[in-house]
Design a protein around this ligand. Sequence first.
Ligand code: AMP
Length: 310
Amino acid sequence: MLNDICEVKISFSFMKTKLISAVGSIALDWLELPNGVNGDTLGGSLTYFTRSAGVLAPVSVIGVIGSDFPEAGISLFKNYAKNIDDLQIKNGPSFRWGGKYHDNWEDRTTLYTELGVFETFSPEMSEINRKSPLIYLGNIHPAIQLDVINQIHSENTLIICDTMNLWINTTKKDLDKLLRSINVLLLNESEAQLLTGQETISDSAKAIHDIGPNDVIIKQGGSGATLFSKDHSFHAPVFPIDLLTDPTGAGDTFGGGLMAALSNDYSLSEGVIWGNAAASFCVEGFGLEGLKKMTLESFEERVEKIKTLL
Ligand code: AMP
């Protein structure tokens, strides 16, 4: 399965695009799905992000893999990232995560998390990433996300951050510090409720605005996603797919589409549409397989379709 993932070698002809520097996990996943499909696949927040954003914009990755990481996985980063100077390869096992979905396809139980080389990961950012105009903090321990922020050299960097319930439950102090240092927070509906204790997404967004970020994007699974800025909100529906096959990585793939829109100088609202369009490819296949269908042309078609549904 892994060998299949990197079929397309893309060429970088992003003329007026801004560089996106992204940090996150790079993993070997084990997935158990409600349709009875179980299996190994390449995963991690940075992997889904790079595969999605890399079709549309230049991505520079900050992450770590172990010495056991498969060649096909390394090829994905070589093919879809413009810069891999800050991709560390360390002696030891790669990060491994196992997840089992419940019958509703939304809730999932973590079967295991083996940190491996992530346990001692300390991002060392080269100048190109320190000066990047756009930083994406993919789902990873908030202390690592803060470490990346502390290495930024530019005052005009836009910082967009994703997180998950694990960090809201276990590292609230680091997370609160992080929230005061970022521009946009990306999270799903249940995480927003968990973080703020509010019932509705608009009340959650208000509470998050009060902590720090000017903009909050709440992902609502099959119902799309909503951007809450301080003075307006914008909702975009999902692209209608035929069959949900595997929701893993949809959030990170959404982040890739969103950041690519910003890299191309579009607004956050357009980014919500691009995020939904990108995520629709992800959920159509097991692991990263659905994203094989995501090309510039197929992506644009899905963006246009979503716009007809607004
Ligand atoms: P998503 O479905 O968008 O939440 O992303 C799933 C990906 O997140 C999987 O490929 C996992 O490898 C990765 N992941 C799961 N748990 C963690 C964690 N604690 N830290 C970083 N990445 C994780």
